[in-house]
Design a binder for this molecule. Structure first.
Ligand SMILES: [Zn+2]
Length: 102
């Protein structure tokens, strides 16, 4: 009889503790998963994904306007003849192309 009583007392206590620990761990994991999968990593990404169609339209229209007028596409300086870049951004673009072709 005393042996049975000991088992009865000990068994539920340990199991309760284990369950508590497990629930805590799973809760923490669920939170991180929700943040990464459902929501956006930060407010800037959220803004971009919610407004990307409008933002991309604005960028393209700005590119066309600058190209027509003859202004650099990346800044407000005058573009070189037959190019969409100013002298500074032409150099920058050449550097990017070198890196890409390596
Ligand atoms: Zn420029």
């Amino acid at each position: 009889m005393p042996l049975l009583n000991l088992f009865k007392r000990k068994a539920p206590r340990t199991s309760k503790l284990k369950i508590k620990r497990k629930t805590r761990k799973t809760k923490a994991k669920k939170k991180t998963i929700k943040k990464t999968s459902k929501k956006f990593e930060n407010r800037f990404q959220k803004f971009y994904h919610l407004n990307k169609t409008r933002l991309n339209k604005e960028r393209r229209s700005k590119y066309k306007d600058h190209k027509k007028i003859g202004i650099c596409v990346r800044c407000k300086r005058k573009a070189l003849k037959g190019l969409t870049f100013c002298s500074y951004h032409r150099k920058k673009q050449a550097e990017y192309n070198k890196k890409r072709n390596k």
